[in-house]
Design a protein around this ligand. Structure first.
Ligand SMILES: Nc1ncnc2c1ncn2[C@@H]1O[C@H](COP(=O)(O)OP(=O)(O)OP(=O)(O)O)[C@@H](O)[C@H]1O
Ligand SMILES: [Mg+2]
Length: 340
């Protein structure tokens, strides 16, 4: 697959009156045509700066951005505008024009790019139909729910047929059910219209539900990057562990016995593994923590089980070796959590 966007040794330093702020440092990324790529990190990690550098609203102070193989640094203003026209963007705060009804909000980018009024209205109506808001074209943004506003913003963002859709915390202001619907819409747009999507979020659930690959960013740098199922089943960086394993690893509660962390890498689902293990070893195990998710029909994630003694643990380890499961003995204490 070809790259649509490449970032090469990209860095960004903001010069402020209180000194320099390094927002991005040595970022190297290749976004493939047609994929949904996630960028996750804690607040202040540099995510929004990254996305603003991709569309050159911020100019990198190191390295460069390549769009379809062409470096933006040496482009003229007009060429950069042309690149930007190929990038739609949606935000947490929707950024709709409050004085215009939603049909006119969607017409706006079309008018700017020189499409005639009648043509713009026709296209805007098609887009509102696509996002499920045909019956609300006369409504003003203030009369819509958050999810509806984001649908309008999506229609507006894709009005000019961009090749890339940038989503900066697009679902962070929405409840879980609406989040799911908006993510489904983004997924449909990616699939049916072939638009590459970059999703910026601080929520792992957003990454799991729609992304193909993910980069975890911390303190201005990429901490790790890979396929979502790989990162999920075995996060390697501290920040990856923190985001994926969550609070379970911070509990100070003491748990006796041997603790094994079992990884599910997408080759099996967890129920048969667990029940066969109990059957074959003939010993009870206690699930201390489980965070397994079904991603595209395969179980990924991890589970921590507790086994009462060393001898019993040996049996379990032998069984897991025999079926090729990956596991690690963990030393620290975890808190019991419900299986999601
Ligand atoms: N225009 C600016 N001038 C100075 N510093 C900035 C500017 N924009 C961002 N920064 C700094 O760069 C760093 C990264 O900010 P950025 O907004 O990219 O983080 P983020 O990961 O998007 O955070 P959040 O999850 O809170 O949106 C922060 O330390 C921030 O204060
Ligand atoms: Mg941000």
């Amino acid at each position: 697959m070809d790259s649509i966007v490449s970032l090469k040794s990209m860095g960004k330093v903001f010069h402020t009156k209180n000194g320099d702020v390094k927002a991005l440092d040595d970022i190297n990324l290749d976004i493939k045509k047609g994929e949904i790529f996630g960028i996750i990190g804690l607040s202040g990690a540099g995510k929004s700066t990254l996305v603003r550098c991709i569309n050159y609203l911020e100019i990198p102070t190191e390295g460069d951005v390549f769009f379809e193989g062409k470096g933006l640094k040496t482009m003229t203003e007009a060429q950069i505008r042309d690149v930007r026209r190929n990038m739609g963007m949606i935000f947490q705060q929707f950024n709709l024009l409050s004085q215009r009804n939603i049909l006119k909000n969607v017409c706006f980018p079309l008018e700017i790019s020189g499409v005639g009024k009648a043509e713009a209205i026709k296209r805007a109506r098609e887009l509102l139909k696509l996002v499920g808001l045909s019956d609300r074209e006369k409504a003003y943004p203030a009369q819509l729910s958050g999810g509806q506003k984001q649908r309008v913003a999506i229609a507006r963002a894709i009005a000019t047929n961009p090749k890339l859709l940038l989503c900066d915390e697009a679902t962070s202001a929405l409840d879980p059910k609406t989040t799911k619907q908006i993510l489904e819409l983004v997924k449909d747009i990616n699939k049916n219209m072939g638009i590459t999507v970059i999703v910026i979020t601080h929520e792992m659930k957003v990454i799991e539900s729609i992304c193909d690959r993910v980069a975890i960013i911390e303190n201005s740098k990429i901490a790790e990057m890979g396929k979502v199922e790989d990162i999920f089943s075995n996060p390697k960086s501290d920040i990856g562990k923190k985001l994926i394993l969550g609070d379970a690893f911070q509990s100070k509660e003491i748990v006796s016995g041997v603790k094994l962390r079992i990884e599910f890498d997408g080759r099996s689902s967890f129920e048969p593994v667990l029940s066969n293990m109990i059957l074959s070893c003939g010993i009870p195990v206690n699930i201390l923590y489980a965070k397994t998710k079904d991603i595209g029909g395969a179980a990924v994630g991890h589970m921590i089980i507790q086994i009462s003694g060393e001898e019993e643990a040996l049996k379990v380890k032998r069984y897991m070796d025999s079926i090729g499961m990956i596991y690690h003995e963990v030393e620290f204490a975890e808190e019991k959590e419900e299986i999601e």
